[in-house]
Design a protein around this ligand. Structure first.
Ligand code: HEM
Length: 777
């Protein structure tokens, strides 16, 4: 645009202090009519896609206040109120609008807003202020294809007010001059515990009352006195109800009770357990079973400690049969049974239709969520990609970069005497890494300010809600009515999809452009780019939807699993001093050996000097390559031992297509579920000997070298044809991060912080991992 001054052409010392009138007349009006502004100083940013503390870095100019042109969306499809929600809060108007005049002419309106964290009406007020300027005659957007756009442009000034002027500003927010507020604040230094928005936990969502009816569902009547299994089964397991109504009965029920089929199949007359022996529980070895509900009561009462509940039964019985209303769950821990289910009779134990229908909204037809031919094709392509050296080299660079980012956050926290929530930091690290490896996208949740991220938040929310479907008998009704958790799910999926599809479009355009300019040598190595290229082969049938499914399945597979394992590994190391010492000594000798190999001198390290400390950490990170990490056997054993006792996927259910008999003689019926239980398997003396419950990395080493165990005994990565595809990649990332962290830091638990698992599909820590950090020389 000719005649326009760009901000970097301005001489030093210039400040941008426009009046309200100038903002409207010279900037907003020009922007709205596509004419050049006097200086190209105000960027176009959809500020509602960010939280206010993320905005300063999006501005082109400004020290204590930042200006943006932003579009506004409607709150409701047919309304005229703007949608003021952001990722982790909302803007709320304060005071009355102020008319802006130019001479005697009324030219626009200024509105003041305050940012609240959380969701209305319970948000917490913050010090972030916005002044929003609108033209007196904004051009309303013509509604196109259900577009939610309200008007073209408004102009916003954002700033954070100073505490010293808080009271004054609260009274006069509408008129106070933003220029009074020129003290930059440093959020991190104000806090004892590094705090940030967390979305990955169910309890967090419940605290925020995001899920409303779900909190009732879980804590209220539905699952206690008014246990409504008919409802549950009608909603969730119609396929199995059908089978039992035909008079079929699980043979393993015969010694505990039996079903009395209802010939008419009326819902009022559901099948009953009527065998009188059921009333006498004295000689029973497994869980207590009762009429109508099978063992659901005992299982439900032990829900929060279910993994340990299973340990107790599986150590006595090896196989536990738990009759439930209209179905039977069979839990197995004997490697021979596991091998039968996961390998020898693999075709009989698929994921099944129920799983697919629950997870489809998030996972689509991705590798995690399909069986048969659809799965086989994806497995083949993905295995090929995972074996590729390009992907491995690219991942190594990404994992190193993000491990260093985490290390520098920990270093900063230790210099500031701050405590950290390690599990949350690790979740951020693995999410950033998998997005980079998966999409080639920097989402930056591990940036020093620990910003919130719309995609990350929506992805977490969607993940939690689809998992809840397995215990929410009302989810289909909620989905139909688009209320409660399902409405939130719908919203979250839209955000996830918008982000993913925009990445797909961007990547496709980049590939096209590179071809156009003949720069094909700049091949991208992220998974999405590789699949886009594969999709160009005739007959590949890879649509944008399948690309979306591919990538999201990898994000879900690789993120929480790796982060929770790292959390448990750090916890294990810090609570077993001899392990911590041995590991540290391995990492130190490795450092010396690598320096010699690379023919470099180790940099001086002064643990009281942040600069020297970080330089040495960077040098160390450079020594960590795919090949050199392969030599850290003790580290490998520490991670594997952690996974034996704290497997990221603690139990993994499979459907049953046809009646079958397991190697130990247990009969299983079509329509039921067989679950192999890595959490229990790792703790069974019959699998690991009398010290099964102890944390001993040494059990994996022979003559100093790592020795694998049978995958049907050590099942943390599953086994057989569907064994985890990301195992090597996960070890690479975990070893990279742990080598750096355990070399340069030691950890201790914040007093009174309790570490226990949460019942979810992955074995995360219910209250996170709150740590104090010390630096090591
Ligand atoms: C400590 C880390 C990890 C553990 C413990 C783990 C464990 C597992 C388990 C138990 C399964 C089977 C799940 C099922 O039955 O549905 C699985 C499947 C899978 N994992 Fe991992 N995983 C880890 C990390 C990763 C990573 C980093 C990736 C990729 C980036 C990945 C990719 C996959 C894929 C694609 C599958 C599906 C395989 C198939 O169905 O054919 N995993 N993983």
């Amino acid at each position: 645009m000719q005649g326009k001054t760009s901000y970097n052409q301005l001489p030093p010392g210039f400040r941008f202090h426009p009046t309200d009138e100038e903002l409207i007349v010279h900037y907003l009006r020009n922007q709205a009519t596509s004419r050049p502004c006097p200086a190209s100083i105000i960027p176009e940013v959809d500020i509602y896609k960010f939280d206010p503390w993320q905005l300063p870095e999006k501005a082109e100019f400004g020290e204590n206040e930042w200006y943006f042109f932003t579009p506004r969306d409607r709150k409701y499809p047919n309304g005229v109120r703007p949608n003021r929600a952001t990722v982790s809060g909302y803007w709320k108007a304060t005071g009355t609008d102020k008319a802006i005049h130019s001479g005697s002419k009324y030219v626009g309106v200024k509105k003041a807003l305050v940012f609240y964290k959380g969701r209305p009406p319970k948000g917490a007020k913050t010090d972030w202020i916005m002044h929003e300027y609108r033209l007196n005659d904004p051009r309303k957007q013509a509604r196109q294809n259900g577009s939610m756009r309200l008007d073209d442009w408004v102009l916003c000034r954002i700033y954070k007010k100073r505490h010293t002027v808080r009271q004054l500003e609260e009274k006069t927010e509408n008129t106070v001059d933003a220029h009074m507020d020129d003290t930059p604040t440093n959020d991190a230094s104000e806090l004892q515990m590094m705090k940030f928005e967390r979305t990955c936990s169910l309890s967090h969502l419940l605290e925020l009352e995001y899920l409303g009816s779900i909190s009732e569902l879980l804590s209220g009547d539905t699952y206690n006195s008014n246990l409504d299994f008919q409802n549950l089964m009608n909603n969730a397991r119609t396929d199995q109800v059908e089978k039992i109504q035909l008079g079929q009965m699980s043979p393993q029920h015969t010694d505990r009770g039996k079903f009395q089929g209802n010939q008419q199949g009326s819902t009022l007359n559901q099948p009953l357990f009527v065998n009188p022996t059921i009333w006498n529980q004295r000689h029973k070895k497994g869980p207590k079973t009762w009429p109508f509900v099978g063992a659901a009561i005992e299982q439900f009462m032990n829900y929060n400690r279910m993994h340990d509940w299973l340990v107790k039964y599986l150590s006595e019985l090896r196989t536990v049969v738990v009759p439930m209303p209209f179905t039977t769950y069979t839990y197995i821990a004997d490697p021979a049974n596991v091998e039968h289910v996961l390998k020898n009779n693999f075709a009989n134990y698929p994921k099944g239709g129920t799983y697919h229908s629950y997870m489809e909204v998030l996972l689509g037809d991705g590798i995690f969520n399909v069986d048969g031919e659809l799965w086989r094709k994806q497995r083949k392509t993905a295995s090929f990609e995972f074996a590729s050296r390009n992907l491995r080299d690219f991942s190594t660079v990404v994992f190193r970069e993000y491990s260093l980012k985490l290390s520098s956050i920990l270093s900063q926290a230790s210099f500031n005497n701050q405590e950290v929530e390690m599990q949350e930091l690790l979740m951020r690290m693995t999410l950033d890494s998998i997005c980079k490896v998966g999409f080639g996208a920097e989402i930056g949740t591990l940036a020093p300010s620990l910003p919130d991220n719309r995609f990350a938040r929506a992805f977490d929310t969607a993940n939690i809600i689809v998992t809840l479907r397995f215990i929410d008998p009302l989810w289909k009704m909620k989905k139909f009515l688009n209320v409660g958790s399902e409405a939130l799910l719908d919203k979250s999926i839209k955000i996830v999809d918008d982000f993913t599809y925009s990445m797909i479009r961007k990547r496709k355009a980049e590939i096209e452009e590179e071809r156009g300019t003949g720069k094909n040598n700049k091949m991208k190595h992220d998974i999405l780019s590789r699949f886009i290229e594969l999709g160009e082969n005739p007959g590949s049938n890879l649509t944008d939807k399948s690309l979306r499914d591919v990538v999201l399945n990898f994000v879900i597979a690789g993120r929480d699993t790796t982060a929770t394992t790292l959390s448990w590994a750090i916890y294990m190391v810090m609570t077993h001093s001899h392990v911590a010492e041995k590991l540290y000594s391995e990492l130190k000798s490795f450092e010396e050996d690598r320096a010699k190999e690379e023919n470099v001198k180790l940099l001086q390290i002064n643990t009281e000097d942040p600069e020297s400390f970080s330089q040495r950490a960077m040098q160390y990170a450079g020594f960590l390559t795919y090949d050199s990490l392969g030599r850290l056997y003790y580290l490998h054993a520490v991670i594997t031992e952690t996974l034996r006792l704290y497997p990221a996927v603690p139990q993994d259910p499979k459907g049953i297509l046809e009646d079958d008999v397991l190697p130990d003689g247990t009969k299983v019926k079509a329509g039921g579920m067989v679950t192999y239980v890595p959490y229990s398997m790792g703790r069974m003396e019959y699998n690991w000997g009398p010290d099964a419950a102890s944390f001993k990395p040494e059990r994996w080493l022979k003559d100093g070298f790592f020795q694998n165990a049978s995958p049907f005994k050590f099942t943390a990565f599953q086994a057989g044809p569907r064994i985890c595809l990301g195992k090597d990649s996960a070890y690479l990332q975990m070893k990279m991060a742990l080598a750096l962290l355990c070399r340069f830091f030691s950890f201790s638990l914040v007093p009174n912080h309790s570490v226990e698992y949460r019942m979810m599909t992955t074995l995360s820590m219910a209250h996170g991992l709150k740590l104090r950090i010390a630096r090591k020389s």
